[in-house]
Design a protein. Sequence first.
Length: 528
Amino acid sequence: MPLLLLVAGSAAVAGAARRTPVPAPLLLVAAGLAVSYIPGVPDYTLDPKVVLPLLLPPLLYTSAIDSSYLDLRAQLRPVALLSVGYVLFATFAVGWAVYLIVPGLPLTAALVLGAVVAPPDAVAATAVARRVGLPSRITTILQGESLLNDATAITAYKVALAAAVGEGATWAGGVEEFLVAAFGGVGVGLVLMAPLHWLRTHLKEALLQNTLSLLIPFVAFAVAEQMRASGVLAVVTVALYLGHRAWEVDFATRLQEEAVWKMVAFVLESSVFALIGLQLPIVLRGLDRYAGAEAAWYAIAVFLVVVAARFVWVYPAAFLPRLLFRRVRAREENPTWRGAMVTAWAGMRGVVSLAIAFSIPVTVHGGGPFPQRNLLLFLTFTTVIGTLVVQGLTLPPLIRVLKFPGPDAQAATLAEANAQAQASLAAERLLEELLADDRNALPPPLADRLRTVLERRRNAVWERLGQTNPVTGESVDDTYRRLSRDMIGAERAVFVRLRDGRYIDDEMLRTLLRRLDLEEAAAYREAA
């Protein structure tokens, strides 16, 4: 019952937040905090051993499967500098600062906090970027960073945690664990992606395919973790491949899958932010000697270090490689100070930091309490909330003030029109070939409609004729459905070819494919 109340309540608050200008995470935290003081409300506690395997795989999968493999590959260098270099830099910068600021806190525990708050959650940033029209390069870099930085942060967290709980850790061991996790995670993903895609394309029912889709991130994560590899990278690798090949899956599966994963991400993200508010009173009661003004000072200091560390890293990472390497100058666009400013300010922390923080164990080896665990949780919560409030609310006006050149709407429209024209031409040629075969004979009204639908997608529903094909025995409805599917398949293949040739991007491909999916679904409904 408490779990049901948590999910239902957080979903209701998140839904209501869409009608207000206030970000949903802030309302969820406030609502959770208010509810926690209601008499009779149970304490919501999470088992640290199940938090990461339960929360991270689906959240990563739903983000990665909607990402562009081609765009990410094109921006791999800046993405790697942020997702690996910056995360490690932020881990040490924040950890060392907290070690100096908080008396009595071991360096290993401080580094645990550094790893927890190091990875930005750029989901909100990319949503803002698309809404206000940021250049696609910046959007791709932010999205790619959010997919890959979690692996670096979790690996750094595990190394610091091993030292903090008394397992012993060395620099050499940390480097070895990082390399094993990185290459092993990608390797596991490469091994799993083709069989999983084959299974997805050979299951005949959309319900079974989407059930498999729900299991894929957990399977990839579990297999990689069992091999001491990065479950995060395994999930991301598999999801990028499946997203890149999503056009090969049945249209009904794609339509259902999009709705299912949006719901899963909505429920998980809403529940986690509500848990912040529900857990805050428990954490505050456990701060021991750190309370009041002292705890507030620590929270402000950590927030400032987190923000400053990102600026310290982003500007040199944006401009130095171009100054030092001719190949970078030849292959990549010239970065601007405005782009670096937005990238540095788009460092909001979110669900991933919370999930890692919840997984901090209660005790160390030997049974003693983990050093200042509640203080670390408190500082994580305040950092996430602070970045969401300060950076999240100010990022849209900052982007507007910087006056980025908007996307070229005319060029995008021309590209879409050209892609649609090529696809329709291919489908029309195929249709004429198919109709020339007696096995595909259709009454003139239906044949004309198949031609018309290539130019005008919205036709009035007409009376269906219940005739049968004398050659194949198919009903008119079955023949119409089959030919419509073949025509749409021809268009779909052209769109994918144009995407692979970089004439259109993945976002436009998804828009065009969704339109075809809806048309195919409509054809099936009309023929039913």
